[in-house]
Write a protein that binds this ligand. Sequence first.
Ligand code: ADP
Length: 231
Amino acid sequence: MTAPAVEFRGVGLTYDGSPPVEAFKACDLVVRHGEYVTVTGPSGSGKSTFLNIAGLLDTPTTGRYLLAGIDTAALSDRDRTALRGSRIGFVFQSFHLLPHRSATENVALAMLYTREHGHQAHAARHEQAREALVRVGLGSRLDALPGKLSGGERQRVAIARALIGRPSLLLCDEPTGNLDTVTAESVLGLIDELHSHGMTIILISHDPEVAARGQRTLTIRDGALTEPAAR
Ligand code: ADP
């Protein structure tokens, strides 16, 4: 049996301070490979903390986190970074594109940080960046600067960039938060398509309609992650 994509065993995170902030209360969670899980909850409830733990950006203060069966607590910083780069793609609400670089350059630059592509020549990286942009429907906007792209197009560039390391897990933090309804729908359609090709997806949204796109929806309140009875 293959290990789950994500497994939390009593994972929690408390920020130091007086008083300490229990941002994510200890919980167990299993996300299987190929699942599409959404997480919803009010602002300040711990959604980003959860995603940062799942994405190896934050280390839990209690419990064990196994990513594809790998116990992440045992890893050095260097190995955590390598594991993140090879397994996880991130998509954020605010795109995080470099403003003075074209769509292709934004994707190609991200390839420098991946084990698979980091050693490749400039031309090879650009060719693959172009292919990634074609896959997300941006074949006609390859040389555009982010400022000349619509919000939906910018998010597609960000998704192309997230996919470049061939991650098995895509973590999306309010990916449609800055988009109008029609554009949001097209970005969610692209995420559906990635899911249908086997990608494991964890998507955070405070919007119940967006959250309903997942196969499972988890709720987080005051740092406590719960799974309401299956729909
Ligand atoms: P959400 O993403 O649902 O808006 P967050 O995960 O960002 O919520 O925050 C959860 C709680 O943890 C909030 O009370 C927030 O103020 C607190 N928090 C987040 N980051 C830190 C930090 N670095 N230090 C202390 N408290 C933090």
